[in-house]
Design a protein around this ligand. Structure first.
Ligand code: ATP
Ligand code: PAU
Length: 329
C-alpha cells in the first residue's frame, strides 16, 4: 500500500505525463510499427550470434532481439557514426585528433532488465561492420561500501541517491568522455551484496561506453562556488529509460529473488545464504518487503521522475515484451 504523499506524487507524475503527451517531444511506435522498421535494412543474425545472445539471459526471446533490439542497435549505430563524423570535422578544424567515446546511458527501476538490455546492446553494437569496441559499466560499482552505509544507518537506502559516491561517478564519466585511457571502476557484487575490496575493472578508450544503472538520469553534484550543477547525463550522448508498470516490476523482482535463492544464495559467500534454507513462503515475504520498503520507494521518489529526460523510453509489458517505444524527435 502507498502512503498519501506517495499517491499524490504518483498522481502528479501521471498528470505531468498526460500534459507532456499533448505536446510530446517523442515519436511513438507500437511494437509492430517499430519491428517493421527493420525491413528498411535487412538485419539478420548468424547462428553463432544467436547462441551467444542466448547466453546473456536464458529467458530472453529471440523475437524480442530481432523485433526490438536489432532495430534499436541499427538506429544507435547511425547516431554513433554521425557523432564520430562530427568529431572528425572538429579534428580537421583543430589540426589534431579529437575522438572521444560515445556514451549510452540505461536507466530504470531495479529488476526492469537494465543489465540484460545493456548486454544485448553491447553484443549487437559490436557486430556492425565498424567492429567498434563496446565497454559496459554498471553504476552499482559507485555504491558506498556496506560499512559506510551501516555507519550512517542507511543500509535500507541502498540504491537511493545518498548511497552512491556521485562525485566519483561523475569524475569517472568525465574522464572517459575526455578520452583518458585506463580509467578504473570499483566492482559491486550482488552475491556478496557489497563493494569487492581490491577489485576493479579498467576502461581503456572504448569507442562506445554503455553506462547502466538506476541513477544514470539523476546523479548531480553542486559546484557551490559557481553554484553550478553537474549531472551524469551531461556526459551521456544517448539515454534509454526502461519502463514497466509497478505490479510487473514487483513480480519480476520477487521471481529473480527466488531464482537467486535456488542458485546463488546457496553459495556460502552469499550475503543472503541463510535465505536459501528458508521455506519458500518466508523467502517471498522477505522479497516483498525488500521490494516495498526499498526498491519501490526509490522508484517512486527518485527514478520515475527522471523518465522524461531520456532520449528513448522502452515500455515493457508482460514477459518483458516491449510494447511501446518513444523516441525523442
Ligand atoms: N528481455 C528479457 N526477457 C526476459 N527476461 C528478462 C529480460 N530482461 C530481464 N529479464 C529478467 O528480469 C530480471 C531482472 O533483469 P536484470 O537483472 O537485467 O535487471 P536490472 O534492471 O539490471 O536489475 P538491477 O537494477 O537489480 O541490477 C531477471 O530475472 C532477468 O532474467
Ligand atoms: C544494488 C541495487 C541498488 C541496484 O542494482 C539493488 O539491486 C539493491 O540491492 N537494492 C537494495 C534492496 C534489495 O536488496 O533489493
Amino acid at each position: 500500500m502507498y502512503n498519501l504523499s506517495q499517491i499524490n506524487l504518483l498522481d502528479r507524475i501521471r498528470e505531468q505525463y498526460k500534459m507532456k503527451n499533448h505536446l510530446s517531444p517523442y515519436l511513438k511506435f507500437n511494437r509492430q510499427e517499430w519491428a517493421s522498421l527493420r525491413n528498411t535494412v535487412p538485419m539478420t543474425l548468424t547462428a553463432d550470434e544467436l547462441v551467444s545472445l542466448q547466453g546473456i539471459n536464458e529467458d530472453l526471446s529471440m523475437d524480442e532481439v530481432s523485433e526490438i533490439y536489432l532495430p534499436l542497435s541499427r538506429l544507435l549505430n547511425y547516431y554513433i557514426s554521425n557523432n564520430f563524423n562530427r568529431q572528425a570535422v572538429l579534428s580537421k578544424f583543430l589540426g589534431k585528433s579529437q575522438k572521444t567515446p560515445y556514451i549510452i546511458g540505461i536507466a530504470g527501476s531495479v529488476a526492469v532488465g537494465k543489465s540484460t538490455t545493456a548486454r544485448v546492446l553491447q553484443a549487437l553494437l559490436t557486430r556492425w561492420p565498424e567492429h567498434r569496441k563496446v565497454a559496459l559499466v554498471t553504476t552499482d560499482g559507485f555504491l558506498y561500501p556496506n560499512r559506510w552505509l551501516e555507519d550512517r544507518g542507511i543500509m535500507n537506502k541502498k540504491g537511493f541517491p545518498q548511497s552512491y559516491d556521485i562525485k566519483k561517478l561523475i569524475n569517472f564519466v568525465a574522464d572517459v568522455k575526455s578520452g583518458q585511457d585506463k580509467v578504473k571502476v570499483p566492482v559491486y557484487s550482488h552475491l556478496v551484496y557489497d563493494i569487492v575490496e581490491g577489485e576493479e575493472i579498467v576502461i581503456d578508450c572504448p569507442d562506445i561506453l554503455i553506462l547502466e544503472g538506476l541513477n544514470v538520469l539523476q546523479g548531480t553534484i553542486n559546484y557551490t562556488q559557481a553554484n553550478n550543477r553537474v549531472f551524469v547525463s551531461d556526459y551521456v550522448d544517448f539515454s534509454i529509460y526502461v519502463d514497466a508498470d509497478l505490479p510487473l516490476l514487483h513480480n519480476w523482482y520477487v521471481n529473480r529473488f527466488l531464482k537467486f535463492r535456488a542458485g546463488a544464495f546457496s553459495d556460502p559467500n552469499s550475503y543472503f545464504n541463510h535465505y536459501s534454507q528458508l521455506p519458500e513462503q518466508e523467502a517471498v515475504n522477505i522479497a516483498n518487503r525488500l521490494w516495498r520498503e526499498i526498491n519501490e520507494l526509490n522508484l517512486i521518489e527518485n527514478i520515475l521522475p527522471t523518465r522524461e529526460r531520456a532520449s528513448l523510453i522502452l515500455t515493457k509489458g508482460k514477459d518483458h515484451k516491449v510494447d511501446l517505444i518513444q523516441l525523442r524527435k
